[in-house]
Ligand binder design. Structure first.
Ligand code: ZN
Length: 280
């Protein structure tokens, strides 16, 4: 369509932030950080390359995802351990905190609970910021690599996509058939992945992750959590993500319990207080 005479004036309207976060209840990061200093590892899980693992974290304890053998991206799902219908809501997390998360940001749960499931307490990649391409790490804009999109685009079946890895791991953990586990798998936090949108075409892009062995992303579990982490078949996601061609490494998940009273004053968040009458 030909642009209207006032096209430039309309384009020049300044944006406003959709969800200013100054009224969002803020986590006490000094308390969280001090509690993390006292925490000891109580369990360790490994997501093998092109596989996923499940883990449980009691409310008020930490979980830490660590890059081990080489640059590797992880796809994270989180659920309320007592009610799988409450799960990580990447879209609302994105609306509140932006396209990528880091220290102090929270992973929010689905409606109607809409509460923090976990808070990022420490991010060893927080130095990265936003690069010249508009890329950053730990995005909540991607979905997860999956065999359906692979089929659509390449016409072939690949079974070790993160969606399938998470489905198998959850099925094994809960003792469910694959068909019952699969609907619980949801859009992920792309741990360590470096992504953005191209400025000229607006397309989702990825580039080699800046993560190196020893780097970690650490969360406080705000409620009792069940988690699943897939070591993406894309490895560092510098080239492609739906094949066995990329070098791929394990990811470590550790559960850490803080010293008693180290989180004094912290309270596990309640479900959202909206009355759900929807105007009726
Ligand atoms: Zn993946």
């Amino acid at each position: 369509m030909p642009p209207p005479p006032d096209a430039e004036a309309r384009r020049a309207v300044r944006p406003v932030i959709c969800y200013p976060t100054d009224t969002l209840p803020a986590p006490d990061m000094a308390l969280y950080g001090a509690a993390l200093e006292t925490a000891e590892v109580t369990a360790t899980h490994i997501a093998a390359p092109r596989e996923a693992c499940c883990f449980e974290v009691p409310a008020g304890q930490f979980f830490r995802i660590t890059c081990t053998g080489g640059p590797q991206v992880g796809d994270l799902n989180l659920w309320n351990a007592a009610d799988l219908s409450e799960r990580f809501y990447s879209g609302k997390t994105r609306a509140l905190h932006g396209s990528h998360v880091s220290t102090g940001d929270r992973l929010w749960s689905s409606f109607p609970a809409l509460r923090p499931l976990a808070t990022v307490v420490r991010d060893d990649l927080d130095w990265y910021g936003i690069d010249a391409f508009g890329g950053s790490v730990h995005d909540v804009i991607g979905t997860r690599c999956d065999p359906y999109t692979g089929r659509l685009l390449s016409g072939s079946d690949y079974h070790h996509c993160c969606h399938s890895n998470l489905t198998r791991a959850l099925a094994d953990h809960l003792g469910l058939p694959l068909a019952e586990a699969e609907p619980h798998v949801h859009d992920v936090l792309n741990v360590f992945m470096c992504t953005g949108f191209t400025r000229d075409t607006g397309q989702y892009f990825m580039k080699s992750s800046p993560v190196r062995p020893g780097d970690a992303l650490t969360f406080l579990a705000e409620i009792d959590l069940l988690g699943a982490l897939s070591a993406c078949p894309g490895g560092d996601c510098g080239a492609e993500h739906t094949s066995d061609s990329a070098p791929c490494f394990p990811l470590k998940v550790e559960i850490l319990r803080p010293a008693p009273d180290a989180l004094q004053g912290w309270v596990s968040p309640s479900r959202n207080a909206y009355d759900r009458s929807h105007g009726r």
